[in-house]
Ligand binder design. Sequence first.
Ligand code: SF4
Length: 323
Amino acid sequence: MTRPVLEVVDLVKHFGAVRAVDGVSLAVAPGEVLGLVGESGSGKTTLGRCATRLVAVTSGHVRINGTDIAKLSRRQLRPLRRHFNMVFQDPSSSLNPRMTVADIVSEPLRLHRIGTGASRRSRVNHLLDQVGLPAGVGRRYPHELSGGQRQRVSLARALSAGPALLVADEPTSALDVSVQASVLNLIGRLQSDLGFACLFVTHDLASVEFLAQRVAVMYLGVLVEVAARRELFATPRHPYTQALLSAAPIPDPPAQRTRRRIVLTGDIPSPVDPPAGCRFHTRCPVAVDECRVVVPPLRPVGPAGALVACHLVADDGTGPRLG
Ligand code: SF4
């Protein structure tokens, strides 16, 4: 099997008493887009930040191209940072307002001492072109650009040193609806042209369906289902995945009208004191006694290698169908 670009093993991240990520393992293959979905409070953003070591890891491993970066010092990490990068939700706060666009995009090249002044300038022009911005934008400052243009600059910056892994955290959700689709299309095109692996963190299932080859569903700090995109959207097995999909709008008004929405009662519980047994049992419409005491392991089910953490899903992948 090809070595994953990103391999997270038993990752735990606690912020004091808050158990944001509580033992997650996943891998992203070269050139693959893995969508990581869940409600706000599921821990998905923290997982993305741990994967790029923007936050320290409490325990577990984060391997990038085989090197475990989980416990490296800042100094040890610095030269490795060219291999992975991150795009954030709000480009306004992630771009330095005092730098020109050209300086922002070329900063990773300077930090990693890639190329000469002339070759960096030509690389910046090429990157701006790749993200659909005219070369003249290089002389401007972030505040002179629209939100969509700023996110294009963030992408150019994130990709300038040619990373093997891009972690994108809700990259379109702070943008006007009118430009979300074009930025999403751009990420898809860049990913297929450049071939980087991508961990795409979002609450928006439509963008995951558009971009990802596989999908991992997170609930309250743990993974509850991982499956190929087609399989997950056609046959969601975990009750939480079924509820998430039933709440997502579909671009087919008649189907939308007839579809039954699975309404979960209550909010996502506090990650300070997650429920015992299956963490979803306080909201699961089909929970049984076992669910309140025994933690369901994430295990392979069905013929196509999906992973599901639910006591009621059988090894052949059959199980409760809600809605
Ligand atoms: Fe629901 Fe029990 Fe399955 Fe958890 S293990 S999802 S509570 S049925």
